[in-house]
Design a protein around this ligand. Sequence first.
Ligand code: ASP
Ligand code: MG
Length: 412
Amino acid sequence: MSILVMKFGGTSVANLDRIARAAKRVAVEVANGHKVIVIVSAMSGKTNELVGWVNETSPLYDAREYDAVVSSGENVTAGLMAMRLQEMDVAARSWQGWQVPLKTNDAHSSARIEEIPPENILAKFDEGMSVAVVAGFQGVSPEGRITTLGRGGSDTTAVAFAAAFNAVRCDIYTDVDGVYTTDPRICDKARKLDRIAFEEMLELASLGAKVLQTRSVELAMRYKVKLRVLSSFEEQSDEAGTLVCDEEDIMESNVVAGVAYSRDEAKMTLISVADRPGIAAAIFGPLSEAGVNVDMIVQNISEDGRTDMTFSCPTDQVARADEAMQKAQDAGDISYQELVSDKDVAKVSVVGIGMRSHAGVAAKMFDALSSEGVNIKVITTSEIKISVLIDRKYMELAVQALHDCFELEKAA
Ligand code: ASP
Ligand code: MG
């Protein structure tokens, strides 16, 4: 049995016409001989509306009821999609997460998938059903309550189904026609990639390229699910979209695959912190407890037992970070002179598995930025990524300059 997973995001099921158009694509794959598992998102905007209703009703809501409400958008599209397919004489039925069942832990609003027993759906396929339409984003906890997987979670549902059913591929239909070397909205030379390695996609996704939920890429990498990102608004062909795959399946690639950015970063510096063993733990422990997502960290060389500690976090977490540090200071856990925050910074990163085997990428990157007069405030590197923090007003310029200097408009 050849099983294909097709996932349609919110814009691809935004109204009845689009659902009909998506259903036609499903019917084509059925005619190609696949059994199809269709994962649907809620109609675009729906989940936001539901979240809004929850917040208005109960600011300190019960997370179990939050999930009961916000999971409902997907139920609607799953039922409508199944009906539309039936109208086209395609044997289809809908499944909500608990019916499959998609089993998760009980971390409501950001639950993790534990298991997807395939028996129920396989039995229906054996009986002649062609399409199982599954509501994305939702599952069921050990206590039998409805859970959701976090915003954007239907990508993760799709990949998890592809892994559980050993699907030939997982096609993610969205409103862009693939993964680009950078955001085409800020760099008109951005080029669609035919293929990208899981690890590169993982970096790009976590750096803010919003095509796929980061967890879905992690899962695809772990289970070697062939993942394709393509537009539901364009004609389909075998070449369409971007294939996210194992690096062995990519013949030639540029040293740098893409340039990513994240606009809303803040740089915070604790001035003159008493330097002693355990100081980093005393700073970053409370920050993490306060829910601050610290990204880059730089500790200066200390002088006379005092040092400066710089870290970055999302702009909207600055107040929380401030409060956490103030509290730690009041409790006598840390001592510092001042916490300076710079909210006008952005992070720009270059990503590519080729960096593992090529020297000089960092030098080239810094050179390109300096030629544009862009000052670098903080640098971090990993095996396949170099990130810099710069003034936000230079962000676009930096992305374009890096795209040019690594000649990303040209295929390898
Ligand atoms: N509808 C959910 C959301 O907007 C899940 C998804 O579409 O992936 O976050
Ligand atoms: Mg999405």
